[in-house]
Design a protein around this ligand. Sequence first.
Ligand SMILES: [Zn+2]
Length: 338
Amino acid sequence: MKSELANAPHRRLNILTGEWILVSPHRTKRPWQGKTESFEKREKINYDSECFLCPTNARMNGEPNPDYKNTLVFKNDFGALLNDTPLFDYTDGLLHAEGESGICKVICFSPNHSLTIPDMEVNAIIKVVEAWQNEFTELGNLKHINYVQIFENKGAIMGCSNPHPHGQIWAQHSIPTEIEKKTIAQKNFYKKESTSLLSKYIDQELSIGTRIISENKSFVTLVPFWAVWPYEAMIVPKRKMANIASLNTTEREDFAQQLKTLTQKYDALFNCSFPYSSGIHQAPTSGDNYEEWHWHMSFYPPLLRSATVKKFMVGYEMFAMAQRDITPEMAAEKLKSL
Ligand SMILES: [Zn+2]
């Protein structure tokens, strides 16, 4: 690798979105006098009678949860999208709006109130992946649903209000901005090279090796060259698949194993239950041809140098572009070593 990439300020291109990020490796030695987050170590309990997500407890709408043994999926009664919204169009001069309809669901990963993904058995994580596959297929098949976003906000620092391990699934009529950007980049590449952008990218990363965190037969986990968050990571299937519904039994297990490995490394990094937002980007479900799409899962963790020091996206980042100090190579080396 060019030594400038490890020492000199430079910007890197995100080939999936077309956006740039500023990298300032020379700043990693500057002293920190800024804000530290308070970090509370929670005692681990299997069941909390006050929790809306624990088995047999009443949810916010009063309905009782079943005594579930693996995962539980239910519709969020206070979701950001409503299924029966009219798809209206509003244009008045320069003002434009569209009605948006959709469905928001919650998925509990485990009946155990304190069991997060890194602490779950691979077999239990496979059940989570199966639930994601089922929801993707079922929601994606609905006529008015054109995109399904699966994601998790983990930790109070990420705005997660309930410690019970759970994620969300938002399915909607329109195709979100991030997905549109990634569709354009992948389509352009596929037309020219007849192979997926991410197939070629992971081949290159595997031959270089410096940003690889872990790998098995079907998946590779790496810090992308263009990572924005200090310990951002991406899990990519080696086989080009437009969506997670195409995972076979072996791939499902390999995916679950990589999920466990990465999140265990995260917990070990600062010796805390590591917070992050994670999400799966996959092809829209509009019925159009998306053969260029290569699904992947991204992790955006906010922590910078300890369990209590958070990276802020403020100032220059709000007004100009994303910026980081430690290089993606430094982050990958650290995560790999854990
Ligand atoms: Zn609970």
